[in-house]
Design a protein around this ligand. Structure first.
Ligand code: SAM
Length: 356
């Protein structure tokens, strides 16, 4: 099969499909399975596109998974055993016994079972039929199962007589080919009671997705820091933080000797004369181009080994993205740029200073 399922933020799915159209051969959207979830087809199929995107990752496409087979659903609990039987018949011999696997399910319609039930049933059946070890935390191979309603069954030219046929799409891939390690790119973090702001999840997700390791004892500058979610995450990672924001920081951070709050704008701090930093982060609510120019202005105050993480706030068209990146590239190399699950109308970028 040459079909795959592509997932993106519903507000940016048009940009994800543009990326798909640009980077695939004869790529075509076939059906919208749910907001942000598209069944698509391209000549090179999942593996060809995945290889292309490993070398040059997309920004707005959060996750892809292959479609090897489709199974009509009865929409009763009997589906669990039918899906398990189909998975064993198709994949027991295909799974590489040397490396781990996991089942990642999504249920995109109203069914009498949840993704967890599908994961458990299919993984249990495969575990007893194949010798690949099950590892849900860091699997090497992923069996994706997506239960959804389609207007047009895959392969048919005309709309189905009975519209909204309910199907399970199954496909086996390597976790490294799916863009995200999480089903549909949906990365949820445990809620901590000490959490200061939702923005913390953006920083946690960026550190994980971009595989950024912050050596303890680093000195970080947090622009647009209030109320302090990113600052809190950076403190947990052992950084000393200068938090710049005219707004108030959370009282808990005010008492932390590892945090210095400069209660002023980034522009004012620049005039004051900043120190030197190992890490620059910027979540300022500001036009993307202005924010990029601000990053460039602070580049002079970074050590040569410094890295930077920032969000660029975008409108629906993301028209500012290209110009903002061009500004950033005067001083920085873009290492990663993704529209992450915890981003709203924005992308997160990971940067390093240009070599001199
Ligand atoms: C989305 S919030 C940041 C949330 C923060 N990262 C957190 O984790 O809690 C955006 C912040 O940017 C700040 N901001 C906007 N313009 C700024 C500027 N010119 N200088 C400094 N901060 C600015 C706002 O005051 C606001 O607190």
């Amino acid at each position: 099969m040459t079909q795959l399922i592509l997932s993106a933020d519903p507000g940016f799915v048009h940009l994800a499909l543009e990326e798909f159209g640009r980077d695939s051969h004869n790529g075509q959207p076939l059906d919208e399975l749910a907001p942000g979830v598209s069944l698509v087809d391209c000549d090179e199929g999942f593996w060809g596109l995945a290889e292309t995107w490993i070398d040059d990752p997309p920004v707005f496409t959060r996750h892809i998974c292959p479609v090897d087979l489709t199974i009509p659903l009865l929409a009763t609990p009997r589906d669990l055993s039918r899906l398990s039987d189909a998975a064993v018949a198709e994949y027991a011999d295909l799974l590489d016994p040397e490396v781990s696997f996991s089942v990642q399910s999504r249920v995109l319609l109203d069914l009498p079972y949840k993704p967890f039930d599908v994961n458990r049933a299919v993984a249990t059946a495969l575990s007893s039929a194949a010798s690949s070890p099950l590892d849900v935390r860091q699997p090497f191979q992923i069996l994706s199962v997506v239960c959804a309603a389609v207007d047009r069954p895959p392969g048919s030219e005309k709309p189905a007589a009975e519209s909204h046929q309910q199907l399970a799409f199954m496909g086996l891939s390597l976790a490294s080919h799916n863009i995200s390690d999480w089903a549909g790119g949906v990365r949820r973090f445990r809620r901590e009671k000490d959490r200061i702001s939702r923005a913390e999840f953006k920083m946690l997700e960026a550190l994980e997705a971009f595989r950024i390791d912050l050596p303890a004892g680093g000195v970080a500058l947090d622009l647009g820091a209030a109320p302090g979610g990113w600052t809190r995450v950076l403190r947990q990672k052992g950084q000393f933080v200068t938090a710049v924001d005219p707004a108030e920081m959370h009282p808990r951070l005010a008492a932390d000797r590892g945090v210095r709050h400069k209660r002023m704008s980034a522009e004012a701090y620049l005039r004051e004369g900043p120190d030197a930093f190992d890490l620059l982060v910027n979540d300022m609510r500001m036009d993307a181009r202005a924010s990029a120019r601000m990053m460039n202005a602070f580049a002079d105050f970074l050590y040569p080994h410094a890295e930077a993480i920032m969000t660029l706030k975008l409108g629906k068209t993301a028209a500012a993205l290209g110009p903002a990146c061009a500004i950033l590239q005067e001083q920085y190399t873009i290492l990663h740029m993704r529209q992450l699950f915890h981003n709203r109308n924005e992308v997160t970028i990971h940067l390093k200073l240009n070599d001199l």
